[in-house]
Design a binder for this molecule. Structure first.
Ligand code: ACO
Length: 438
């Protein structure tokens, strides 16, 4: 972050002029520092949805939504997908550098040691009703971790930060697989120390005593790619939730649980499941144009799921990778999915349509990833869980960055538009008269 002292924004409020410093980020992003605004003018800013608000300084992820650039710690995601594994990316996000050989070994060891769930926690899974959404199970279970791993005050967690981070990244993967096994009534499969992070997850999901799972290197490669493209996305809704909750100095498990709850919404991570439901509906109906018309109709709540993004005003680079993987993985595995053809037709129709062109609405990360999860055998209600597993290193990195800064408790202001005190006084006076008459 550079502050160019000669650069200020001038603001005049009720005749008083103040200078607001211009902050320039390392990639040239500009921001106006309004931290002294209320003190100097007694005014606050209003920005619903925080469309114009940078909530913090961060060194983790850079996005250029106009050019379709996404970088973790400076590295383009395309390069990361080609050259490294998800565990390397997790290390990069959390620690700031790609791991060397010994760091990689140590990190893998920590992930391995922390992959088991406390045996008493396993019983919890039995008490969720059949059909409970796995995101709800996951957020509950993670919150409950504080009861089983009691060193949860901020100082203990910060002193053992490597362990805290590795535990949450590793154990959530085990919980996700256990939740799935419970939901289909099969015995859980324990993590294995001889398998890589992604291979272990696939094995815990699909191995069974009567149907041993054969781990395909192509499936592991695909899962690595999917996890890498989802690993962080700067101050999105769930990461902001993690930072907001974390700013109250609650423990890491509670903050991650909040992130998972935020991610479950259909406007956020829940969109990958909603995309498949939409594609199936379009496939059954057969009329793509009808759904394009519906998405444009302001009197209808229908939106084209997997389209549009708050930050990207061009093709989401993650969607580009997912689309390419659809062609590559489906061709190499021999798996066919009629929904891929529907997705292609929807994209083609939307990208020709002036409504989507004018509003710069392109496929986002969720548009093609559901098709890939289906190809891996992941059930639809687990799609958002997959997103959450992949996003864990990002959440953990932001939590770590936040507790390392002297960040204040997040506590936005508001402009009160309700009943005035005088109005209320008049109302209450009438009431006491009425009570007296009775
Ligand atoms: N289908 C139809 N119209 C859309 C869509 C869509 N998917 N997305 C945006 N629009 C329209 C809006 O109706 C609005 O039109 P208007 O200017 O005529 O009123 C305009 O485009 C701008 O949309 P906003 O909702 O104001 O944009 P915002 O940045 O707030 O929303 C969001 C972004 C929530 C992602 C939105 O594009 C959307 O709902 N998409 C579908 C859900 C989805 O795919 N979510 C996943 C996002 S990626 C992620 O979170 C991992």
């Amino acid at each position: 972050m550079n502050q160019a002292p000669e650069n200020y924004a001038l603001l005049t409020v009720e005749g008083k002029e103040i200078q607001l410093p211009l902050i320039i980020g390392s990639e040239g992003e500009k921001g106006i520092d309004i931290s002294g605004l209320r003190r100097d003018t007694s005014c606050v800013t209003i920005d619903p949805g925080f469309m114009n608000t940078a909530s913090c300084y961060s060194q983790i992820t850079y996005i250029d939504g106009e050019k379709g650039i996404l970088r973790y710690r400076g590295y383009d995601i395309q390069e990361l997908c080609k050259k490294v594994m998800f565990v390397d990316v997790a290390y990069l996000l959390v620690h700031g550098e790609l791991p060397g050989e010994s760091e990689r070994r140590n990190f893998s060891r920590q992930l391995n040691l922390n992959s088991m769930i406390h045996e008493d926690m396993r019983r919890f899974f039995d008490n969720f009703p059949q059909g409970a959404h796995p995101m709800c199970i996951l957020s509950t279970m993670i919150n409950a971790m504080a009861a089983f791993y009691p060193q949860v005050d901020l100082k203990s967690m910060a002193d053992n930060i490597d362990d805290s981070c590795a535990r949450v990244i590793s154990i959530v993967r085990t919980m996700a697989a256990f939740a799935y096994k419970k939901s289909i009534g099969e015995p859980v499969v324990y993590p294995r120390q001889d398998l890589s992070y992604c291979a272990n997850f696939l094995n815990m999901m699909f191995d069974s005593p009567v149907r041993p799972y054969v781990i395909s290197p192509e499936a592991v490669r695909l899962l690595n790619t999917l996890f890498i493209i989802h690993a962080d996305h700067e101050q999105n809704c769930s990461t902001s939730a993690v930072r907001v909750i974390g700013s109250a100095q609650v423990n890491l498990y509670a903050t991650i649980s909040a992130g998972i709850s935020a991610l479950s919404g259909p406007l956020h991570g829940g969109a990958n499941q909603a995309v498949i439901e939409m594609l199936r509906m379009i496939q059954e109906d057969g009329d793509v144009e009808k759904f394009i018309r519906l998405a444009k109709d302001k009197s209808s709540p229908f939106r084209l799921m997997g389209f549009g993004h708050r930050v990207y005003k061009t093709y989401d680079p993650r969607a580009e990778i997912a689309k390419m993987e659809c062609e590559k993985y489906l061709a190499s595995s021999g798996y066919t999915d009629p929904l891929l053809d529907v997705a292609r037709r929807v994209e083609e129709a939307a990208r020709k349509d002036s409504y989507f062109i004018d509003r710069q609405l392109y496929p986002n990360v969720d548009f093609y990833t559901g098709i890939l999860y289906r190809a891996l055998g992941i059930p639809e209600n687990m799609f958002t869980v997959m997103f959450a597993l992949a996003r864990l290193p990002g959440w953990v990195a932001h939590w770590k960055e936040m507790i390392g800064d002297s960040t204040k408790l997040v506590r936005p202001r508001q402009i009160y538009m309700g009943r005035t005190g005088d109005e209320a006084k008049r109302e209450i006076e009438k009431r006491s008269i009425a009570a007296h008459l009775i």
